[in-house]
Design a protein around this ligand. Structure first.
Ligand code: COA
Length: 355
C-alpha cells in the first residue's frame, strides 16, 4: 500500500442568529461604529443565546453539517479534536461534551481538546493530519468553536477587546487519501511564550500570581481555597481577557507572511501558486497588510471578519466553508490557511482542495 495523507472530506459552519452591530455596542461602552470599522473592519458580529447555546452546542451544529457533507454517519467518527478558548467548563473539555451531544459511542472514539486560541484550528489540523498519515484514524472530526460573548467586559474598560470578538463555529471531517491525490500537503506550527500575557485571559487560574510576582491578588493567607478566583479579582474585575493590541498587530503582520512563506518553501511552491489564502480573521487591517505584503489579488484572499468579528478557533473553518460554498475554491486548488494569536502561537497549513 502506498503512503497516505489526509484530506478535508466535509466541512460546515454555524453562527448564532443574533446579530450585534457596532451601533449596539455604542450603547454599552464609549466606542463608535466609525472607530471600530476604521481600526478593525468589523461591522457586526453574532452572539449566542445564553442558556440555550454553548460552545459545544454551536460546535455540534457545525459538526453535523460537516459530517453530512462527508457522507458518513456520526457513529463513524473515530476521533474528535475540539479547539476553543471559551470552553463550556474549565474541565472536562468540549471534546467529550461534543461526543455526548453527537451521541457517538464512547467505545469507538477518542476526544482531544486544543488550547491554542487563534491558531487552534491549524494546530488541530496538524494533529489530525499526523493521526491519519499513521493510519490510526479514518474519520477525524475537527471543530473550532467560540462563545466569546459569555466572557467579555461590556464596559468601556474592556472596549479594545470586546468590540473585536464574536461567536461562531466551524468544523471539518478529515479522511485518508492517497499521497498522489489532493489533500493536506504540510502544516507548520510555532510558539513563543515570551508574550503569553500580552493577549490572555488570566483569571480564574492556578497561577497564584507566580508569573508576574503578583502577590496582591487577594489569595487567602497560606491557604489553598479560592486559588482559582479570589474576592479581589471579582471586585476589581480582573476576570476578563486583556490584550496589548499594538504588539499583537505588529507581531501578527510579521508572522503571517513568514509562516506562509515557510509552508510554501517546505512544499517547493511559491506564493504565485496559491489559489486561495484563508487568514485567521483577527483584524481586517492585518489581513489587508498581509495580502499586500504577499502581493495577492483580492480574489485570492477570503475575509469575513466584517460580518462575524474575530471568532478565534472558528474563524478559519467558517471562512473556508464560506469560500467553498461561494465557489471560490475548487478541486485541486492550492489553499493556504494561516493563523496567529495568543501564546503567541502561529502556524500555516497548505493543501490541494479535495472536494
Ligand atoms: N473604541 C474607541 N476607542 C478605543 C477602543 C474602542 N473600541 N479601543 C481602544 N480605544 C482607544 C484607546 O483607549 C486609546 O485611547 P487613548 O489614545 O486615549 O489612550 C486609543 O483608542 C488607541 O488605542 P490603541 O490600543 O493604541 O489602538 P490601536 O490603534 O492599536 O487599535 C486595536 C486597537 C485593538 C484595534 C489594534 O491594536 C488591533 O487590532 N490589534 C490586533 C488585535 C488582534 O488582532 N487581536 C486578535 C489577535 S488573534
Amino acid at each position: 500500500m502506498g503512503s497516505i495523507r489526509s484530506k478535508i472530506a466535509g466541512l460546515g459552519y454555524y453562527v448564532p442568529e443574533t446579530v450585534v452591530s457596532n451601533k449596539e455596542l455604542e450603547k454599552l461602552m464609549d466606542t463608535t461604529d466609525a472607530w471600530i470599522q476604521e481600526r478593525t473592519g468589523i461591522v457586526e458580529r453574532r452572539y449566542g443565546t445564553p442558556h440555550l447555546e454553548t460552545t459545544t452546542t454551536i460546535g455540534a451544529r457545525a459538526a453535523k453539517n460537516a459530517i453530512e457533507m462527508a457522507g458518513i454517519q456520526a457513529e463513524e467518527i473515530d476521533f474528535i479534536i475540539f479547539a476553543t478558548l471559551s470552553p463550556d467548563y474549565y474541565f472536562p473539555g468540549c471534546g467529550v461534551l461534543l461526543q455526548r451531544e453527537l451521541k457517538i459511542s464512547g467505545s469507538q472514539v477518542g476526544a482531544l481538546d486544543i488550547r491554542n486560541q487563534c491558531s487552534g484550528f491549524i494546530y488541530g489540523l496538524s494533529i489530525a493530519d499526523q493521526f491519519i498519515r499513521t493510519g490510526q484514524y479514518k474519520n477525524i472530526l475537527l471543530v473550532g468553536a467560540e462563545m466569546h460573548s459569555m466572557g467579555l467586559d461590556y464596559t468601556t474598560r474592556g472596549r479594545n477587546v470586546t468590540v473585536i470578538f464574536g461567536d461562531g463555529a466551524g468544523a471539518v471531517v478529515l479522511q485518508p487519501t492517497g499521497e498522489e491525490e489532493p489533500g493536506v500537503i504540510n502544516t507548520v506550527l510555532h510558539a513563543d511564550g515570551t508574550y503569553a500575557e500580552e493577549l490572555a485571559f488570566i483569571n480564574p487560574g492556578c497561577h497564584g500570581g507566580y508569573h508576574q510576582q503578583q502577590t496582591d491578588l487577594g489569595y487567602p493567607e497560606g491557604g489553598y481555597g479560592g486559588l482559582f478566583l479570589t474576592q479581589k479579582m471579582w471586585e476589581e474585575q480582573l476576570i476578563f481577557p486583556s490584550m496589548n493590541g499594538q504588539l499583537v498587530f505588529k507581531t501578527a503582520i510579521q508572522k503571517f507572511p513568514e509562516v506562509i512563506g515557510e509552508s510554501l518553501h517546505n512544499a517547493g511552491l511559491s506564493i504565485g501558486d496559491v489559489d486561495m489564502l484563508i487568514p485567521h480573521q483577527a483584524n481586517l487591517r492585518i489581513s489587508q497588510f498581509v495580502q499586500k505584503k504577499l502581493g495577492l489579488p483580492d480574489e485570492k484572499v477570503w475575509n469575513n471578519i466584517q460580518r462575524y468579528g474575530n471568532t478565534t478557533a472558528a474563524s478559519i473553518p467558517i471562512a473556508l466553508c464560506e469560500a467553498f460554498e461561494a465557489g471560490a475554491i475548487r478541486r485541486n486548488d492550492l489553499v493556504c490557511l494561516a493563523a496567529f494569536g495568543s501564546g503567541f502561537t502561529w502556524g500555516a497549513a497548505l493543501m490541494r482542495w479535495a472536494i
